[in-house]
Structure formats: C-alpha cells, structure tokens
Write a protein that binds this ligand. Structure first.
Ligand SMILES: N[C@@H](CCC(=O)N[C@@H](CS)C(=O)NCC(=O)O)C(=O)O
Length: 428
C-alpha cells in the first residue's frame, strides 16, 4: 500500500483528489505540517525534489518524488479507482484531460475575478461562462444514463472531475444556474457526499447565490503580494513599450504569478482572535516550548504561563465514535479538521488523541484558545467540523482539568471506555 508525505496548502482542491483517493485505498498519507505555501515550495531543498515548486507534491516513503495531482492520486489509489480494464483506464485518463483542459481554465477565468484574484474582464468572463456551459452540457449528457463517469463504480475520473468543479459549485452555480445540469448535480453530490470525500472536504455546501464581482477585492488582493515581490515590481524600470503592453487586457490577467494567485485565494478576512484582548499568555512562546521540551517541563510551563482571564480550555469529544473504522482514517479526520482550521492556529493550541484500535476507537482532544467563548462561532470558515464534537469548557482551577491537560498533552492514558491511547496530533 502506498505511503508518503503530501506537500500542500490547506483546502487545495488538487490535494483533495489525492486525499480522497487515499481514503478509498487506505494509503497512508502524512501531510507535511510545516509546509508554508510560497516559502517551503520555493526553498532549495523543495526545488531539488520538485523543480517546478508546485503543489500538491508527494514524496513516497522510499524517497520517490511525484508531482501532478492526477498522477499522485493514481499512485495512492486502489485498483477499483484506477479502472479495471484498459478501456476504463483510458477513459479515466480522458476525464483527467477533460477536467484540466475543458473545465479548469474556464472555471478559473470565471471564479478568480469574483474572488478578487484576477482583474475582471467582461469579455474573458463571458467567454469562460460559455466554456463552462459547454463542458457541463457534455457532462450532463454523459451522465444521463450513468451513475459514474467510467464503468459502474466510482473511479479517479469522478474524483478528479468533481474536485475540479468544486469552486464552480461553491461560488458560482446557484440553484438557477445549475438547474439545467440535473444529472451533473446528482452525480456531483453523490461524489462529494461519500464518507471518503467528506472525511477530506467536510460537509460541502452548494452555492446559494453566485458570488458578486467586487472591484475592491482585486485591489486588496494585489496588496497581498509579498513585500519582496512588490520591491521587485517597483524597482523594475519598464520601458514605455512594456508599459503599454502591460495595459493590454491579456497581460493584466497575468499580473499575479501563480503563488500570488494561490495565496490570494486564501480568505482575506481579518483573524477573529485579533478582536479579543491578548492577555499575558504568549501562545507562540508556549508552542515553541512544547515542541522543544518534553512534557515533564512543558506542562508545568503551560500552567505557569496560562492566563485564565483571556484564554479558556475545552474538551472536544467526537460524537460519532461508533462510525470510526480504520485508525489511519480517523487520524485523517483529525488532520483534515486541523487543515480546515488553519487560520485558527494563531490563537489556539490543541492536542487531539485517538484511543483504541481499528473498528473500536474514539477521538477527543484538549483545546486552548484566546477568549472565553466557543471559538468556532467566531468565524464561519471554522464551522465545518466543530458540530461533530461536543464541547465542554473546563475550569482551569479544577484538579480534573489538570489531569486532562496532563493526559492529552503527554499522550497517555485511556478514553472513558478504557480504550488505550493510540495516536495524537497537535494543532499549533
Ligand atoms: N497540474 C498541476 C498544477 C499544480 C499547480 O499549479 N499548483 C499551484 C497551486 S494550486 C502551485 O503550486 N503554484 C505555485 C507556483 O506555480 O509557484 C497539478 O494538478 O498538480
């Protein structure tokens, strides 16, 4: 069975292809948790392995490097997903091409201006709308008599095409716009609401209203270009001709490089924790201490520094433990939640543990965050997973709380049913 490390930024629809395929096959995928998009993938060490500096990128346990999301998904998949016959395998490759050539460019050209990632150009967007319509119409006819794109069961073709449609269904295809494509809608929902998909992308919501164009967004996005990039841009002495050329619409669309585009695709909201008083607990300092020292030192350090007026401690217990099967799938559930909560790291720390073994396990964790309220309610982006857990605020003065912190921070003990600690993951 395939295993290795996946490099990606959170919520990358291309990485989703890989992670969903792995959910089906049981491949063991570790997501590189120290990956910083725009930094790690530009580093010498990364470029040595992956010369284009693009993600997703995958390194197998024995050091082989693979790029291109479809190829990585293929590598981590199982025989069912890869197609059973030559004709099925050929059709799957056909749908990879369809997704990347017929859907993706049109989807980006329509969605990105609305997200403020590209300047809005009416002609380009109208052209993209036509292309999306053509692709969806073809897909709709194909799916009139079929449940899945290839053969009678779900394959990589479904995963790849559905993930490439994700942004369109998320931001654009409000009920009226998606109405003509009932077969595609039915198939898309079949794919994304499979437990294997939900373990990766959470509970996806179809667009209720098409995102509207907001000229301010693009200006804000441009402001997000790295300082270095800005300096380079400023110092570039452009000739008159070059300046004129830049004014052409085509070049305006190319003004942001791919790193900027992906960085800009990240939500541009301010961090909700910024609105809460900082208090005296330096969470980053504690995270550093916890990473570098063993628990015999870091847990007393936590209690020495913890500021109960401005921070709170919570026990989060997964509500659906009886549905948990394989241990690695449950661990992916925790990693997926952490990924989706990426922006919450700034004001939070957690240690989530899996207790038990395959088909008999539970997930729970101790969370610490700035503020006294349930932090997930502060931001809609943080609400994908939290309702799958019951949350109990703990009293930091109580001995039970001290014991729980001790247990979860040091990855020991057992759950309430006596299942022994198996694996832990830190959110920091
Ligand atoms: N065809 C590739 C595309 C990969 C790609 O373009 N990745 C983007 C982010 S989603 C990237 O890493 N861009 C960084 C760069 O170009 O510097 C795939 O499917 O994996």
């Amino acid at each position: 069975m395939a295993s290795g490390t996946l490099y990606t930024y959170p919520e990358n629809f291309r990485a989703y292809k890989v992670l969903i395929a792995a959910q089906y096959s049981g491949a063991h995928i570790k997501i590189a948790d120290d990956f910083v998009f725009g930094e790690t993938n530009k580093s010498e060490a990364f470029l040595k392995k992956f010369p284009l500096g693009k993600v997703p990128a995958f390194e197998t346990c024995d050091g082989k490097c693979i790029t291109e999301s479809n190829a990585i998904a293929y590598y981590v998949a199982n025989d069912q997903l890869r197609g059973k016959t030559d004709i099925e395998r050929a059709e799957i490759i056909q749908w990879f091409g369809f997704a990347d050539s017929e859907i993706l460019p049109a989807s980006c050209a329509w969605v990105f201006p609305l997200l403020g990632i590209m300047p809005y150009n009416k002609q380009n967007v109208e052209h993209a709308k036509d292309d999306v319509k053509k692709a969806l119409t073809a897909l709709n006819s194909h799916l009139l008599t079929r449940t899945y794109l290839v053969g009678e069961r779900l394959t990589l073709a479904d995963i790849s095409v559905a993930m490439t449609l994700l942004h369109l269904y998320q931001y654009i295809l409000e009920p009226n716009l998606r109405k003509p494509y009932q077969n595609v809608n039915r198939w898309f929902q079949t794919v994304i609401y499979q437990p294997e998909s939900m373990a990766v992308i959470g509970c996806f919501k179809l667009a209720e209203k098409t995102l509207e164009y907001d000229p301010k967004k693009f200006a804000e996005t441009q402001g997000k270009s790295s300082k270095k990039e800005k300096k380079e841009k400023e110092s570039k002495k452009e000739s008159k001709e070059a300046k004129e050329a830049k004014e052409s619409k085509k070049e305006a669309v190319e003004e942001l490089d791919p790193t900027d585009i992906a960085l800009a695709a990240e939500p541009k909201t301010t961090n909700p924790f910024d609105a809460l008083p900082k208090g005296s607990f330096d969470l980053d300092d504690f995270k550093r201490f916890y990473s570098n020292e063993d628990e015999a030192k870091s847990i007393p350090y936590f209690w020495q520094k913890f500021d109960p007026e401005h921070y709170s401690i919570w026990l989060g217990e997964y509500k659906y433990n009886n549905e948990l099967t394989k241990v690695f799938m449950s661990c992916n559930l925790i990693s997926g939640m952490y990924q989706r909560l990426d922006k919450m790291r700034k004001g939070a720390f957690a240690s989530a543990c899996l207790f038990g073994t395959d088909n008999d396990s539970s997930i729970s964790g101790i969370w610490v965050w700035r503020g006294q309220e349930l932090a997930f309610t502060l931001c809609p982006d943080w609400q994908v997973d939290y309702e799958s857990y019951s949350w109990t605020k703990l009293d930091p003065t109580k001995e039970e709380t001290k014991e729980l912190v001790q247990q979860y921070f040091s990855w020991t003990g057992a759950d309430k049913e006596g299942r022994k600690f198996n694996q832990g993951k830190i959110f920091k």
